[in-house]
Design a protein around this ligand. Structure first.
Ligand code: AVJ
Length: 319
């Protein structure tokens, strides 16, 4: 029997033009930057899954543990919801803990990576025959439109993994405000948020000994080479990640140890020796600073759960 996945293709995969235009804009800027949303081609998504299994990368493991212990408490506070909407669903493993406890009528997975979205929603449909599974491939960072034919009277949104950390606090507030506007009264949001902690623990998580994070970061250049007309050579860059305490964020960079010129789509860009391409920010919050952000976006922070070491938090926000 064919698996009933409702694939909503009126929401289009981010266009190639966005990789091209944003890459050219970032390389022309000073300091140079690239958007972390372009990490997730097929290879990048696979590398991210491997990052999640590294001993130093506490985020995924800790969030899963919190959800396993708190899913029933969260849902006691949230009350019944007919539909679960997952933003940035990726491999969709953590959501299983919520699906099993909530037992909604339908699930909608939204992700920027089409391959991953299809295979993970197919697995969910196979494992939960009672669940109506929907998938929409879209970049929800700029705007969020739910498919017209996905009706949701009592939606619960799930935004795991501290993906909100890729936004600056100002962008995060605006993003939460958009979710608030999309949700009907009684809707809610379960959101995973990474917490400020000891620098050594943070920096180890983004400099794993197996160098998977380095490969993930460098894959961005390989993607530019694969999908754009470019001679950029990933082997002429090195990975660097550190905690910027003043900004409360992990920064990831690709450093050009030597001076070099690269061309992208017929344009030439010069790197001085030691110059950086800034590829990612990953903001870290305290329980208080995140509750204040949610509050500013109009949400009511009804619950916060954390692990024993206080590494990570799962928050329930009500519309
Ligand atoms: C998916 C944005 C939450 O910031 O920890 C992991 C991405 N980058 N290792 C994070 C990431 C390097 C991740 N987020």
């Amino acid at each position: 029997m064919a698996l009933a996945i409702h694939f909503h293709d009126q929401l289009q995969q981010p266009h190639d033009a966005s990789l091209r235009d944003e890459t050219l804009a970032g390389f022309a800027a000073s300091p140079k930057w690239a958007s972390p949303k372009f990490f997730y081609d097929r290879r990048g998504s696979e590398l991210f899954e491997q990052i999640c299994q590294q001993p130093e990368y506490y985020i995924t493991r800790t969030e899963e543990q919190i959800l396993a212990e708190a899913a029933n408490d969260i849902l006691d506070i949230a009350g019944p919801h007919s539909d679960l909407i997952e933003l940035g669903s990726g491999a969709s493993r953590k959501v299983r803990l919520l699906l099993e406890a909530l037992h909604p009528t339908s699930y909608l997975g939204i992700d920027i990576s089409e391959d991953f979205l299809l295979s993970s929603t197919q697995r969910l449909a196979a494992d939960y025959p009672w669940l109506e599974v929907h998938a929409a491939c879209t970049d929800f960072s700029n705007e969020l439109n739910l498919p017209d034919d996905f009706s949701s009277e009592h939606p619960l949104m799930f935004f795991p993994g501290s993906s909100i950390g890729n936004f600056t606090p100002g962008e995060a507030a605006a993003f939460l405000q958009r979710l608030h506007d999309v949700l009907p009264a009684g809707g809610g949001l379960v959101i995973g948020v990474d917490l400020v902690k000891d620098r050594a623990v943070l920096e180890a998580a983004y400099n794993d000994r197996a160098h998977v994070t380095a490969a993930f970061n460098l894959n961005l250049l390989q993607r530019i080479r694969n999908e754009l007309d470019s001679d950029i050579d990933p082997s002429r860059f090195v990975h660097r990640a550190f905690f910027n305490e003043a900004e409360s964020r992990i920064e990831m960079h690709l450093i050009s140890p030597d001076a070099q010129d690269v061309t992208i789509e017929g344009r030439r860009f010069h790197f001085d020796a030691g110059e950086s391409l800034h590829t990612e920010n990953s903001y870290k919050y305290t329980l208080e600073s995140f509750a204040a952000l949610a509050d500013a976006a109009g949400f009511d922070c009804r619950g916060q759960w954390t692990d024993r070491r206080g590494l990570f938090s799962v928050n329930y926000l009500e519309r």
